[in-house]
Write a protein that binds this ligand. Sequence first.
Ligand SMILES: [Zn+2]
Length: 102
Amino acid sequence: MKDVNIREFQNMMRRIYFDRDSKRGAIETFDWLVEEVEELGEALGEKNTKVMEDEFADVLAWLASLSNVVNIDLEKAAIAKYSDRCPKCGQTPCKCSFITKK
Ligand SMILES: [Zn+2]
């Protein structure tokens, strides 16, 4: 398969899943995304590249599916916010004072 950009990936998810996703609705689709994010967190602890790849793929797929359900152009939103600089400090690389969330 050729390289695909974010928009093409989101459109692919639409072709494969939109019918089912739109019937499920935004909140239940969001619940699936959260579950996949949790699985990604568990996979990080296993340090197994194949397992991590699977979970990264699932998170991206559910994020794209949720974007379709609420009619958000994921590529447009991502590039608008992260336009080659940190949206908080405006710098590349980021110069924000915090490093960890806590
Ligand atoms: Zn920053």
